[in-house]
Design a protein around this ligand. Structure first.
Ligand code: SF4
Length: 425
């Protein structure tokens, strides 16, 4: 899905690191893509995309490798309607939801997901969610958010989804840590164990695995972002009075240590206890990462803007694997959430925000990188030009955060280079 959007951000102040801001044609998936990992995370949720055949096709092809007997997402196709047909469209939506919930009583949380066709934009999905929520309460909670390619790119779908959950979180007065951002269950379990070993027992995760386990939040809750693309979710949490724990992101051994350290410091964990909990897994992670360094050190890499995790990735690749990052592009650069990451990035790395895809392709060709990280739409043409690519979407589907995954994360970048070498033999 490509679209043209203006990225209208204020110019950088003179004391800020320069960022190349671009506005033009961009090649990025829309926010519907997030459904592919979110539906696996919240196990009793269902994502009903209100959209067109294009949306249904995108979901099917993005999820194509996964065959489910009972998938937890679907598309209600609404098209070719004028304003007079809108009442019918609402009735039709209600009918689809009714049938779905009758057939699938295990659904406890239903997301109506908006998309970009004008027929869908005319439908007020937030009102539809309130209407349907009343009708099916208390068995099913109904929420809505937009995954439209006009409003969201790729990972912003997760942000919109989590932001829609924030007003529904129950209240608590107890001091707790809230980890925000979808993580693979295996990663979540590892983090829970590490926090537990440090003495932090009240640690909750958003999104939860089951909708009945929505984390309670309150004035004594501190939250830490596990993903760098959660602008709206963070804002919604702050509107409820929660305080963010500033930290880099848990990619690679260094990022994981600093992320855990930030949470530990916020809750007064002693350095001795922190070291006792993290020393062994940190050493394991370092060994796993270093086994890929010989292949990757010195290799040039170019990151196109796609997932919004490009900046933490650039930090990991340059500092832990000694790769040369020619350019790290991101669809949107949140300077506050990424402040700790930016402080660790070498000033020689070109940062870009937004996209003008043709100009960026020219810069990429001129940089002659050994590896290009990009979306699916750019990967094939670049491979045809002889470049080696890595699909950024894999970084969202694969468990990559934390100590135990640091080696796997490095391997994701080593694998395409090994494959290319084998092809060349
Ligand atoms: Fe395409 Fe828009 Fe549907 Fe995404 S939401 S698949 S960009 S029509």
């Amino acid at each position: 899905m490509s679209s043209t959007l203006a990225v209208g951000r204020p110019a950088a102040g003179c004391n800020e690191r320069p960022v190349l801001r671009e506005r033009g044609q961009r090649e990025v998936f829309c926010g519907l893509t997030g459904i592919i990992w979110l539906h696996r995370k919240i196990q009793d949720a269902f994502f009903l995309v209100v959209g067109s055949r294009t949306c249904a096709h995108l979901l099917q092809s993005a999820a194509g490798v996964m065959i489910f007997a009972e998938p937890r997402f679907a598309t209600a196709i609404i098209d070719e309607r004028d304003l007079a047909g809108l009442a019918d469209a609402n009735d039709e939506l209600d009918r689809v939801v009714e049938q779905l919930l009758a057939r699938r009583p295990e659904i406890k949380l239903l997301f109506l997901v908006g998309s970009c066709p004008s027929e869908v934009i005319k439908l007020d999905l937030s009102r539809a969610a309130i209407r349907l929520g009343r009708r099916f309460s208390p068995e099913v909670r109904v929420l809505s958010y937009s995954g439209s390619g006009i409003e969201t790119t790729f990972t912003q779908g997760e942000d919109a989804c989590l932001a829609s959950l924030v007003p529904t979180l129950p209240k608590t007065d107890s001091a707790s840590l809230l980890v925000v951002g979808a993580l693979a269950d295996v990663v979540e379990d590892q983090f829970a164990r590490l926090f537990n070993a440090m003495g932090l027992t009240d640690v909750r995760f958003l999104p939860p695995r089951r909708s009945a386990d929505l984390p309670a939040v309150g004035p004594s809750t501190k939250y830490i972002l596990a993903q760098p693309f959660l602008t709206d979710t963070a804002r919604a949490l702050e509107e409820r009075g929660e305080k963010r724990v500033p930290a880099p992101f848990p990619l690679g051994v260094e990022g994981t240590t600093l992320w855990l350290q930030a949470a530990a410091t916020a809750f007064g964990v002693s350095p001795i206890r922190f070291a006792a909990a993290t020393d062994l897994p940190r050493e394991r992670g370092q060994r796993a990462v270093s086994s890929h360094r010989a292949l990757l050190a010195g290799k040039r890499i170019f990151l196109f803007p796609d997932s919004q995790i490009e900046i933490p990735l650039a930090r990991f690749l340059s500092r832990e694997l000694s790769m040369q990052v020619a350019e790290a592009g991101t669809p949107y650069l949140h300077r506050v959430h990424l402040a700790e990451e930016l402080a660790m990035l070498s000033e020689h790395i070109v940062l870009s925000e937004g996209q003008d895809v043709e100009r960026q392709l020219d810069r990429c060709r001129a940089a002659r990188p050994d590896l290009v990280v990009c979306g699916l739409g750019l990967a094939n043409p670049l491979e045809a030009e002889g470049m080696t690519t890595k699909w950024s979407i894999e970084l969202l589907f694969t468990p990559v955060q934390g100590y135990e995954q640091a080696g796997d994360l490095a391997e994701l970048f080593a694998r395409p280079l090994v494959r290319r070498t084998r092809l060349a033999v």
